[in-house]
Design a binder for this molecule. Structure first.
Ligand code: SF4
Length: 314
């Protein structure tokens, strides 16, 4: 049974580390970044909403009038029930169309005046100067998280700005005093923990961003099927080989569309240690999401402080 409905505001899901402490906001449905591994594309609530709204996933659209959307956001966030707000789970708050037409900025202007205490943006996009100004003026309210991947042969062909441009924007936000973290998400074991990763992190460090979290990509049958058409056959074979296809597990209760395969334990362990070595050598402050579940890691590389307790980028 799947009980989840697509809503503008939604309490954090049962099964995630911050359950009950935060809300998600989904101001529109769909995402033009169009990442082929995106979990949202295959979630039932998103598929149903896209159907009802009549748009494709890669062409995001509002699901109410702009006026109603802004009124609704104001009403909910001024009421005082929402303390921590995450943008967003099923879309990206900085898709180019809504940065360009000023809607993202308008929404942020409402949020900073509301009773929301913390606004956590995790994005593969880039804001503009006006958005940076809002964040800088309200730096204690924001946590900014730039989601990036290093360059390597695993090219997902997302419709996004380069990692360099996104790090540059993160660097700007960081310099304004906003808590800024690089989200190495999705991080792909065996591909993303090599030289391209080191180079990207050297650039980030030089740009002044010194915090990172990494979270490994999980896949479902649907995601694998989708990726098969996008990746070169030899790359797809190597990629699918990192997953344990006997390890299917449902991640969120009551949501049967959250069944994913996990990474083979030995591959994951080696990848964590390789990435950890690089992050340690560059003196990054870092955590790994779900580290708790990996046994037998080298304690000289991965220490207690690297275990995410859900507060690192809160
Ligand atoms: S940016 Fe996020 S929401 Fe958008 S397509 Fe990529 S993974 Fe999905």
């Amino acid at each position: 049974m799947n009980e989840e409905k697509f809503e503008l505001f939604k309490k954090g899901c049962l099964g995630t580390c911050w359950y009950g402490k935060y809300h998600y906001m989904e101001p529109w449905v769909g995402c033009s970044h169009n990442c082929p591994y995106c979990y949202a594309r295959f979630r039932k609530s998103v598929k149903d909403k896209l159907k009802e709204n009549g748009n494709e996933f890669e062409n995001p659209k509002l699901f109410m009038s702009q006026k109603d959307l802004l009124d609704e956001i104001k009403k909910k966030t001024y009421a005082g029930e929402i303390k921590i707000l995450k943008l967003s789970r099923f879309t990206d708050f900085f898709v180019p169309e809504f940065v360009k037409n000023g809607l993202a900025e308008e929404i942020l202007n409402i949020l900073v005046k509301s009773r929301v205490e913390r606004i956590i943006i995790t994005t593969k996009g880039i804001g503009n100067d006006k958005i940076a100004e809002i964040m800088g003026k309200n730096k204690d309210k924001f946590s900014y998280n730039a989601a990036i991947r290093p360059l390597n042969e695993l090219d997902f062909k997302e419709n996004v700005f380069s990692a360099k441009e996104r790090i540059e924007y993160a660097s700007k936000i960081n310099s304004l005093g906003v808590l800024t973290t690089l989200h190495l998400d999705p991080f792909v074991a065996d591909f993303d923990d090599g030289e391209g990763f080191r180079e990207m992190m050297v650039f980030a460090k030089k740009s002044g961003v010194k915090r990172a979290m990494f979270s490994y990509l999980l896949v479902s049958d649907e995601i694998l099927e989708f990726l098969k058409d996008i990746l070169k056959p030899d790359v797809f074979e190597r990629f699918s080989g990192i997953y344990d296809l006997s390890s299917k597990r449902q991640y969120l209760p009551n949501q049967t569309d959250t069944v994913y395969y996990s990474i083979k334990e030995e591959i994951k362990k080696k990848s964590i240690e390789r990435a950890g070595k690089i992050l340690n050598s560059l003196e990054f402050e870092f955590v790994l999401c779900s580290l708790k579940s990996v046994k037998g890691l080298n304690p000289d590389i991965i220490k207690e402080i690297n275990i995410c307790d859900g507060k690192f980028y809160a």
